[in-house]
Design a binder for this molecule. Structure first.
Ligand code: AMP
Length: 331
């Protein structure tokens, strides 16, 4: 089986991206069901909102170094940059022409981002799920490991694939989402009703993987909770505490049930201290490896290999699509 997933280089990736996505990619590398893995840097997606050129370049390289530092092994997993495989944009266009505006307008992420965008909403923000469908369908992926926020986009991908197959004949494999049981939605530390996001204007809301360890610990210790003083998992009434329980559970590999039992008689202060230590223990080795990798030749080597492999697969699929639609001359 093959999987694909990607992250936008639109800032410093967060503990949410790590626990909801990257940590699972690393686990799946050793799952014998998966014989082929593709992980990419979704730079074309990042430009749906304004990006500063130098910052974008820096974030792309940083994300690759972080993928490697978090444990992605280039021997097992092909890592590449989306814009270096032009087939994504080309298939994205073909799929956009088979997607209805009404479907795109229903996407909750579009509605949220549109609200937050102060100056001008790009049409890319609306059509981006068709590009995401292309990212997946180009490679006949069986499965896409993502956080809960991407579930709706993945359902749309399945609809687009089925519609295309219906119209033009069997072309695409219909992919399955793979959403982790825990950590699929890590919430903001400043507002536990909101998703932790790297584009949050309040840096206290998120922990970036490259945050100074003491800053990261401080953010956990000042996380918004409640005044009820009991530690239990209750998303509705205690979203802040539930979020910290999830973070502890994912960082340490302790089940949520055991985490709850462990801290049931603890004070909030001691509990937060333990969560802060667990996060620090997870981040420290990642940061150490990141510092070793960021200026090494490894990054370019990995990206060249990843790009060549992705182009090899994508080319076959795009030729098939162009032939099915009747574009250009027969290939
Ligand atoms: P993005 O940052 O939107 O490019 O998302 C990259 C991946 O991280 C996707 O699989 C998301 O579902 C996942 N992700 C983003 N934010 C979170 C979060 N707060 N909790 C869990 N997963 C997340």
């Amino acid at each position: 089986m093959r999987f694909i997933s990607g992250i936008q280089p639109s800032g410093n990736i967060t503990l949410g991206n790590y626990l909801g996505a990257v940590k699972n990619f690393v686990k799946l590398q050793d799952d014998p069901r998966f014989t082929d893995m593709l992980v990419f840097v979704a730079d074309l997606h990042a430009i749906t909102v304004p990006q500063e050129k130098l910052e974008l370049r820096k974030n792309i390289k940083q994300l690759v170094a972080l993928y490697l530092a978090c444990g992605l092994d280039p021997e097992k997993c092909h890592i590449f940059i989306q814009s270096e495989v032009p087939h994504h944009a080309e298939l994205g266009w073909c799929l956009q022409c088979n997607t209805y505006i009404g479907e795109l307008e229903r996407m909750t992420q579009y509605k949220d981002k549109k609200e937050r965008q102060v100056a001008g909403v790009s049409s890319g923000l609306l059509t981006y799920p068709a590009l995401m469908a292309a990212d997946i369908l180009l490679y006949d992926c069986d499965c896409v490991p993502v956080g809960v926020d991407q579930k709706q986009h993945l359902e749309l991908t399945r609809d687009i694939a089925a519609r295309f197959n219906n119209k033009y004949g069997e072309t695409f494999k219909i992919p399955e989402p793979f959403i982790p049981e825990a950590g699929a939605k890590i919430m903001s530390l400043a507002d536990p009703l909101k998703k932790m996001s790297k584009s949050d204007p309040n840096p206290k809301g998120y922990i970036a993987l490259l945050d100074d360890i003491n800053v990261a610990k401080k953010k956990i210790k000042s996380a918004v909770t409640d005044s009820d003083a009991t530690i239990r998992y209750d998303l509705e009434n205690k979203p802040g505490i539930s979020n910290l329980l999830t973070i502890y559970s994912c960082c340490t590999g302790t089940s949520l049930k055991d985490t709850e039992a462990k801290f049931k008689d603890s004070s909030y202060a001691l509990f937060k201290e333990a969560v802060a230590d667990a996060v620090a223990a997870e981040l420290e080795p990642i940061q150490k490896r990141y510092n070793e990798i960021i200026n090494s030749k490894l990054i370019d080597e990995v990206l060249d290999n990843g790009r060549d492999y992705a182009i090899y697969l994508a080319n076959k699929k795009l030729n098939k699509v162009y032939n099915k639609i009747g574009l250009g001359r027969k290939r």
